[in-house]
Design a protein around this ligand. Structure first.
Ligand SMILES: [Zn+2]
Length: 433
């Protein structure tokens, strides 16, 4: 008989039909492989097994960060300048040093931080050094997260001194990426390789077209930046003689599963073109606020996930990202943001999860109800108000525990986590009652 563990608490999860599952006394039942085999109201439970009683806390799908840079974490919160100056002055030197022991330690710290913020799945950029990429994958494997990772491909103004002097630079960058993909890419596993042209200004058309070809050959996703900053967008149009998205389209990068970060300076037709291609937008409002890049207009057409864009985003916190979207007016609907931070984000990256449903991996977070609901707040309230409180009131301290594939991967510190841990210890067996 399969060993099951049931997590009992207030279950909240975005459904495919646009509604929410909201069970104040609910359960998520997880099998030994870490897959959800049932979710629903507690009183309708059928299975027997171990119970982890997390009441009155909220059990939510793990957060999905659709865009962040592992080597840039040390830059978070400092040097708020405009994009191109920020990259050249602060970021390229940081990434150029991201290799060897520094990359190992930096990547491990990044994934600890990610799990502590309640993020179970992410699309990430490593450094352009192959050993920096290896360090990121090794750390992601050790942390047990779900991640899509790639080196930012650059054959124009690369910070790699060996490439600046190299002939056949483009071929070398592509062949290194192909080797990394063969080493790490598991199309149905937790870790996937992403072909990652950094942005149009750091790539020749040959590099972008080559990356698109390799992505098709290896059944791997592509990710890049698109129309983040006005100056950048104008320079792209000047260099390539067409609109930014058209540059990518001609190179074959606008393809199913592609993830485009920012998408600020686009028109309605370009949003529809992204959606028609099966591509998604990584909306990064806290980063856009920090670098004063502009406000994305969330339009119909493409799927939208949320991205912290660390280190332009000041933190990995999905709550900070959601609130930045509201503050900038990009999206003012908490439910749309929470959906983008979970279900839509997972779909954008092509990963399972993002919802608490049978057949999905048991990727979830436990949010401390004492932080979600203020003192004197109601014991029960409608779904819209609960979502609003989560988006507007929560922070890292609210994330009491983070699970991936049914494994406890992080628990926060402090009295809240202490209570959660004691809940975790207080397990019972239905069969024995
Ligand atoms: Zn970025």
């Amino acid at each position: 008989m399969t060993k099951l563990t049931a997590y009992r608490g207030h279950i909240l999860s975005a459904r495919a039909d646009g509604e929410w599952d909201d069970w104040p006394d609910g359960l998520v039942s997880v099998d030994a492989a870490g897959t959800i085999c049932a979710a629903g109201p507690w009183k309708l439970r059928r299975e027997t097994g171990r119970v982890v009683d997390l009441r009155p806390h909220v059990i939510l799908p793990g957060f999905v960060d659709t865009h962040a840079h592992i080597p840039q974490m040390p830059a978070c919160g400092a040097h708020g300048e405009s994009l191109l100056r920020w990259l050249r002055t602060w970021i390229y030197p940081l990434e150029a040093a991201f290799r060897g022991e520094r990359a190992r330690a930096g990547a491990e710290a990044f994934f600890r931080e990610m799990l502590a913020e309640g993020i179970t799945t992410a699309a990430l950029y490593a450094s352009a050094w192959p050993d920096g990429v290896d360090a990121c994958f090794a750390a992601a494997k050790k942390a047990g997260v779900r991640a899509l990772i790639g080196p930012p491909l650059m054959d124009v103004e690369s910070y790699r001194d060996d490439l600046r002097r190299a002939r056949r630079r483009t071929e070398r960058v592509l062949s290194e990426a192909a080797v990394l993909c063969r080493t790490w890419h598991q199309p149905r596993g937790r870790l996937r390789f992403a072909f990652t042209p950094r942005f149009a200004l750091s790539c020749t058309p040959e590099l972008m077209a080559g990356a698109a070809e390799l992505a098709a050959r290896y059944d791997a996703p592509v990710q890049t930046h698109l129309a983040e900053n006005r100056e950048e967008t104008r320079l792209v149009e000047k260099r390539f003689g067409s609109r930014y998205l058209e540059v990518y389209r001609r190179c074959g990068l606008v393809r199913p599963g592609a993830i485009f970060a920012h998408a600020i300076w686009l028109d309605d037709g370009e949003w529809r073109a992204l959606g028609d291609a099966g591509a998604s937008v990584a909306h990064c409002p806290s980063s856009n606020l920090f670098l004063r890049s502009g406000t994305m207009r969330w339009r119909a057409g493409a799927r939208v996930g949320l991205g912290s864009d660390v280190g332009a985003g000041p933190s990995l916190s999905p709550f900070d990202v959601m609130r930045a979207s509201i503050a900038t007016g990009a999206c003012t609907d908490p439910a749309a943001l929470l959906r983008a931070a979970t279900r839509e984000g997972a779909a954008a990256l092509g990963f399972p999860g993002g919802c608490l449903e049978a057949g999905q991996p048991a990727d979830f977070v436990v949010l401390d109800r004492g932080i979600v609901v203020p003192p004197g707040g109601p014991d029960l309230e409608n779904t819209r108000d609960l979502i609003s409180r989560i988006v507007h009131r929560c922070n890292r301290a609210a994330v009491s525990a983070t699970y991936v594939d049914g494994e406890l991967r992080a628990g926060a510190t402090g009295p809240v986590a202490g209570r959660t841990r004691s809940c975790l210890r207080a397990t019972r067996t239905w069969a024995s009652r």
